[in-house]
Design a binder for this molecule. Structure first.
Ligand SMILES: Nc1ncnc2c1ncn2[C@@H]1O[C@H](COP(=O)(O)OP(=O)(O)OP(=O)(O)O)[C@@H](O)[C@H]1O
Ligand SMILES: O=C(O)c1ccc[n+]([C@@H]2O[C@H](COP(=O)([O-])O)[C@@H](O)[C@H]2O)c1
Length: 207
């Protein structure tokens, strides 16, 4: 079931995009969203609840259940939970960003992700295009700081990193630009919650 309308954004606004399976959403997602708003100079964050991660083989719980859980958890007027990837029919992040740029001319998008995703970012479809097109904000995640910092993406784009206080300029920066933000970390993940049987939507596997 899809949402009735697309999220709104005005020209010149800076919108952070947090893509994820959110299977289920948890406090770590809320924590990094608030940190990103504060630290990267963002006006809004949209949670892009993914119909399915292209690199994951297990199907997530139904999209409607994940959206509903995300809306219950993330209550902040600056944050919108959206199923926009189901509407645009895009799965790969590069395609999604392309579609959003066409739908929202004049809006500045920033891609957000946890450090675990920076570590494997070079395996994403057209990842260099993403780096060259939108600023990228990376939030520290337990046990992932070193692998993220040593990753091919971090090494190749070393010069484009905004360090320290300059991370606040990320939202207005021209790509390539990225920032790695250390913050008090929350050791929580969707997989742990599913493994503990605390998510009734879990346990779906692809045929
Ligand atoms: N505790 C956390 N700290 C920092 N980043 C996080 C945390 N939890 C999730 N993220 C980031 O949020 C985004 C969406 O995460 P996702 O929905 O895949 O949750 P997850 O907990 O990583 O799921 P799974 O355990 O199934 O891989 C990703 O960029 C991920 O790196
Ligand atoms: O575009 C890709 O190649 C790609 C590969 C892996 C993950 N992603 C995106 O990264 C986000 C986090 O994914 P996940 O499954 O770790 O929650 C989500 O928006 C995915 O669509 C994108």
């Amino acid at each position: 079931m899809m949402r009735a309308s697309l999220p709104r954004a005005g020209r010149g606004q800076v919108v952070g995009l947090l893509g994820g399976s959110f299977d289920p959403p948890h406090g770590g997602h809320v924590h990094i969203t608030r940190a990103a708003l504060r630290l990267f100079g963002l006006d809004r964050v949209w949670w892009l609840v993914s119909p399915g991660n292209p690199l994951k083989t297990n199907a997530p719980a139904p999209l409607a259940e994940r959206l509903a859980a995300a809306e219950r958890l993330m209550v902040d007027p600056r944050v919108t939970v959206t199923d926009i990837e189901a509407r645009t029919g895009t799965r790969y992040t590069a395609e999604t960003i392309e579609a959003l740029m066409a739908l929202y001319p004049g809006v500045r998008f920033v891609w957000l992700m946890g450090a675990d995703n920076l570590a494997g970012f070079h395996r994403w479809e057209r990842w260099r295009w993403i780096m060259e097109t939108v600023p990228v904000g990376v939030l520290a995640r337990p046990e992932e700081r070193i692998s993220a910092r040593m990753s091919p993406a971090a090494r190749i784009y070393r010069e484009a990193r905004l360090r320290g206080q300059r991370a606040r300029l990320l939202g207005r920066a021209e790509a390539p630009a990225w920032a790695f933000q250390n913050l008090p970390m929350m050791k929580v993940s969707s997989s742990e919650i599913r493994a503990a049987g605390r998510w009734r939507g879990g346990g779906h596997t692809l045929p």
